[in-house]
Design a protein around this ligand. Structure first.
Ligand SMILES: Cc1cc2nc3c(=O)[nH]c(=O)nc-3n(C[C@H](O)[C@H](O)[C@H](O)COP(=O)(O)OP(=O)(O)OC[C@H]3O[C@@H](n4cnc5c(N)ncnc54)[C@H](O)[C@@H]3O)c2cc1C
Length: 226
């Protein structure tokens, strides 16, 4: 049974993924692939069709499913994320709004002493940022205050959190997952990719099955599938 939307999962110490909207499902992919004939009326055959499409890189039917997410992640994760060009992004603005106070706190990497220093640096930069923003409230015009926000955000390190909306079709999402679930990808972005994989599975179970079989290299040619 499909989960009702929105679906929210916490990620890292202060981040999240919210799946807000989904357009389409496995059946839409099948319908797009069989544009003239519609469903075969045989669910097992339709399920196999998705695997056939995946194996033969007949990828456009997967584009008919579109997901819209709300993401909160550290800037350094967003920087990697935004390299995925085949998607739409709308990010929280630090020109118009004050920065989000949360910063990423890694676990099990730095020593206790290093972590204490890490937190000190973060808190100091946040304190300075807030102080300058507070002072800027006395400036006469909105453009002057905005200009201060534009430049003072530079003191916040890439571990501070940002938020954005991400709209992406299923084909491009699979490309994202393929690259960002890989053990070679940075651990932090992998945590987001894993959450997204699990959220999406509920809406396109056959599609995700075909994707995972392909990643494992175990898609078998099935001439009956079409
Ligand atoms: C583990 C890892 C390490 C990385 N390290 C680095 C690094 O050190 N430096 C760095 O700069 N980047 C790095 N990247 C980013 C990587 O090079 C890609 O920019 C990123 O993964 C987005 O992939 P993509 O282009 O497939 O995705 P999208 O931009 O979403 O594109 C999806 C697909 O559309 C097609 N496409 C999109 N745009 C074009 C185009 N202009 N021309 C032709 N085809 C296009 C391609 O088929 C592409 O695969 C790394 C990525 C990973 C996963």
């Amino acid at each position: 049974m499909k989960e009702s939307l929105p679906v929210r999962r916490p990620v890292l110490n202060a981040g999240f993924v919210v799946l807000e909207e989904v357009m389409g499902d496995d059946e839409v992919i099948v319908r797009s692939a069989r544009v003239s004939t519609g469903s075969s009326g045989n669910p097992e055959k339709d399920r196999k069709l998705l695997q056939y499409l995946m194996q033969h890189d007949h990828a456009t039917p997967f584009e008919s499913v579109v997901f819209r997410f709300h993401i909160k992640c550290p800037f350094f994760v967003a920087r990697q994320w935004f390299r995925h060009r085949i998607a739409s992004y709308n990010e929280y603005s630090l020109r118009y709004r004050q920065a989000i106070d949360d910063y990423y706190v890694p676990e099990g990497v730095l020593s206790e002493e290093e972590m204490a220093e890490y937190r000190r640096v973060m808190e100091e930069s946040l304190k300075y940022y807030r102080l300058v923003i507070e002072r800027s409230r006395d400036l006469a015009t909105i453009p002057q205050r905005r200009r201060v926000r534009e430049v003072v955000r530079g003191v916040l390190g890439s571990a501070f959190y940002t938020e954005f909306f991400w709209t992406i079709n299923f084909r491009s999402l699979m490309n994202f997952l393929r690259l960002r679930l890989d053990p070679g990808a940075q651990w932090e972005i992998r945590q987001y990719a894993e959450s997204i994989r699990e959220m999406v599975r509920a809406f396109v179970p056959w599609g995700m099955e075909a994707f995972e079989l392909q990643v494992k290299g175990s898609l078998a040619s099935d001439p009956e599938a079409t």
